[in-house]
Design a protein around this ligand. Structure first.
Ligand SMILES: Nc1ncnc2c1ncn2[C@@H]1O[C@H](COP(=O)(O)OP(=O)(O)OP(=O)(O)O)[C@@H](O)[C@H]1O
Ligand SMILES: O=C(O)c1ccc[n+]([C@@H]2O[C@H](COP(=O)([O-])O)[C@@H](O)[C@H]2O)c1
Length: 216
């Protein structure tokens, strides 16, 4: 089984990293592939450039054998559409290997506005991680897909290559990249919300307006 976890990761934080390990445990897989987007199709400019966000991910996962980074979206020009990424992976993996994409409810709420979203179940399974917040509109397409194509359990994802939706509710850390960027811009320390190696690099390179000489 091949599992991808996509995001803007602007910057990566402990919420993302813990989630990846929780999912790896629950799906019973050896590893999770983090896929940073190059140009997010759905939001404005990122705070850090693609290569900088990639470098922070590499620092964050160094020494953790269950986490890898897949930089394929950075190597593709233009907006990073998940369906394109899944099509590429499906070609590489062949027709039979289970392929899974992981997404939080906040991002999944807009699933029916994603490019070629109706093709995604023919390419991969979707694991939706329940996050605090308004949740899904019960009358919307994402909620109805989650119900009509629900996997009975995680083991079912191993038995077919694609087409199932599984909602998981692992323990989550209440951390967001937005909150981290705001703290840094305000001159407050985001330490302990992300690995020290990531924070040290942000400080050294002055990302997000961090002041290397600041008092954090
Ligand atoms: N603390 C967290 N715990 C679990 N999942 C998270 C957490 N933060 C983000 N995610 C999920 O990780 C994926 C990538 O998220 P993203 O890179 O947008 O991070 P973010 O912290 O939500 O960023 P931002 O605040 O900039 O929107 C999404 O599917 C999102 O739902
Ligand atoms: O393919 C799309 O049209 C599309 C639209 C919105 C979001 N996504 C993907 O959803 C993932 C989570 O997005 P985000 O905003 O939480 O970083 C990330 O991998 C995005 O590329 C994909």
């Amino acid at each position: 089984m091949h599992v991808i976890y996509g995001g803007t990761f602007d910057p990566i934080h402990h919420g993302h990293l813990r989630l990846a390990l929780e999912i790896s445990d629950r799906l019973g897989v050896a590893g999770i592939n983090l896929v940073p987007c190059h140009i997010p199709p759905h939001r404005g400019d990122t705070g850090a450039a693609s290569e900088q966000r990639l470098r922070l991910i590499e620092l964050a996962i160094a020494g953790e054998p269950r986490l890898a980074v897949d930089n394929r979206e950075l190597r593709r020009a233009g907006a990073s559409y998940t369906a394109d990424t899944l099509r590429q992976l499906r070609q590489e993996l062949g027709d039979d290997e289970p392929l899974v994409m992981v997404v939080g409810t906040d991002a999944f709420a807009g699933f029916d506005r994603w490019r070629d979203w109706q093709q995604i179940p023919d390419l991969a399974h979707v694991v939706v991680v329940r996050r605090p917040g308004p949740g899904l509109d019960p009358s919307g397409q994402p909620a109805s897909l989650l119900a009509s194509r629900a996997a009975p359990d995680a083991a079912a994802l191993h038995r077919q290559p694609c087409g199932l939706f599984l909602e998981l509710d692992p323990p989550l850390l209440d951390i967001s990249a937005t909150g981290i960027r705001e703290r840094i811009a305000d001159g407050r320390s985001p330490r302990y919300l992300m690995p020290d190696s990531v924070w040290d690099d942000i400080r050294r390179s002055g990302l997000y307006g961090a002041c290397p000489e600041g008092n954090f």
